[in-house]
Design a protein around this ligand. Structure first.
Ligand code: TPP
Length: 380
């Protein structure tokens, strides 16, 4: 008998109803990432879906190479490439309905384009031109978010509000493996599960947070396991298998829409390029590691399946190539035009009501611009 029991202070009682615990077993992710391509299940995937995914992936890859080239030409300040991660980017966009909301991170330009955003406008922020570059309400897509994980509480807030209002809306938030160490990740997942918000969290585990490998980021069995602690299901999926990612995200979105609450999806993938054009990845990872992933490339996986089923004919291949090249040519041409910018736009859309400091700064800038215009006029 313990001291507490001897004193009579210890009164074991059944836990109150509000403390009832859920069985963790159904929430646990699979031991290995879920796959479809390269397995027997692949033969059941509709040819139209495979062909559509192939076209989107090829176009997405071309977008990544073109945007990276634009950084070298000085036309784009920075580009966090999603080469190697196109399956996640495309699946995230395709899993959502038009009425849903996407909350992308800085690496998810491609998801924004796949959701229908003009490829040039999607690069506005990375070009350093203007604020977001698009009206988030028009596309039902939050700004590409640079501060790690802050998009997650926003997604949960929107999802919860939609549910309270009775709107049939799901919010899908994208984040990297490194972002899962942020406090915002914890707060967002906790609130989402407590409120049973219609939210889906897609973690693209691409192996690195800049130079920090996953092993230095977490000791969790997998990032998907983190879901269990919050009381939501965790799903582990092969992030390079576009069919598998689309299926898993589709299920999670459906569950959320039907009132089943949030899901955390960890997509295991690999960042083939450096963190951005400003990073030298050879300083922290061996070339052999990168090379090994080339055999598990998202475009290649779909092409293998199409070839095995005799679906990859010359006509489709040419159409897909031409479509991707036309998109890249248009992107090059429009990105090579100097944008016409009004420096005063710096102050618009920052606050609904301008602060005193911003009003002062705006007045100062206006005076400087006017003085400059006068000098230019006098010089002529
Ligand atoms: C709050 C915050 N801290 C630090 C940074 C600097 N930073 C930018 S990207 C990055 C790594 C993020 O890695 P990960 O979440 O794995 O995403 P990935 O870039 O691999 O897609 C860091 C630390 C930031 N943007 N925001």
């Amino acid at each position: 008998m313990t001291v507490m029991e001897q004193r009579g202070a210890y009164r074991p009682a059944p836990p109150p109803a509000w403390q009832a615990r859920t069985d963790p077993a159904p929430l646990l992710p699979d031991a290995a990432p879920y796959r479809v391509l390269g397995t027997d299940a692949a033969s059941e995937v509709a040819p139209e879906l495979l062909l559509r995914l192939h076209a989107e992936l090829v176009r997405g890859r071309r977008y990544n190479t073109q945007a990276t080239a634009l950084t070298k030409q000085g036309r784009l300040a920075v580009y966090p490439s999603s080469t190697g991660q196109e399956a996640c980017e495309i699946a995230a966009a395709l899993a959502l309905q038009e009425r849903d909301w996407l909350f992308p991170s800085y690496r998810d330009t491609l998801a924004a384009v796949a959701r229908g955003l003009d490829p040039v406008r999607a690069l506005t922020l990375l070009r350093g031109d203007w604020h977001t570059g698009y009206d988030p309400r028009e596309y039902r897509m939050a700004p590409l978010c640079t501060p790690l994980a802050t998009q997650l509480p926003h997604a949960v807030g929107l999802a919860h509000a939609a549910r309270l209002k009775g709107d049939d809306v799901v919010a899908l938030a994208m984040i990297g493996d490194g972002g899962t160490s942020e406090g915002d990740f914890h707060e967002a997942l906790n609130f989402a599960a407590v409120w049973q918000a219609p939210a889906v969290f897609l973690v693209q585990n691409n192996g690195f947070a800049i130079s920090v490998p996953l092993a230095k980021q977490t000791a969790a069995p997998s990032l998907a396991h983190k879901a269990v602690g919050y009381g939501m299901p965790g799903r582990l999926v092969d992030g390079n298998d576009a069919v598998a990612v689309l299926e898993v995200l589709g299920e999670a979105v459906r569950r959320a829409r039907e009132g089943g609450g949030p899901t955390l999806v960890e997509a295991v993938t690999y960042r083939m390029d450096a963190h951005t054009n400003a990073d030298d990845a050879t300083r922290y990872r061996p070339d052999e590691e990168v090379e090994a992933w080339r055999d598990h490339d998202p475009v290649l996986l779909v092409e293998r399946e199409l070839t095995a089923r005799g679906l990859l004919d010359e006509e489709h291949s040419r159409a897909v190539r031409e479509d991707a090249e036309a998109m890249a040519a248009d992107l090059r041409e429009r990105m090579n035009q100097d944008p016409v910018l009004d420096p005063m736009d710096l102050f618009t859309h920052v606050y609904a009501e301008q602060t005193t400091q911003l009003r002062e700064q705006a007045a100062q800038l206006r005076a400087e611009l006017e003085a400059e215009a006068e000098t230019d006029g006098a010089d002529r």
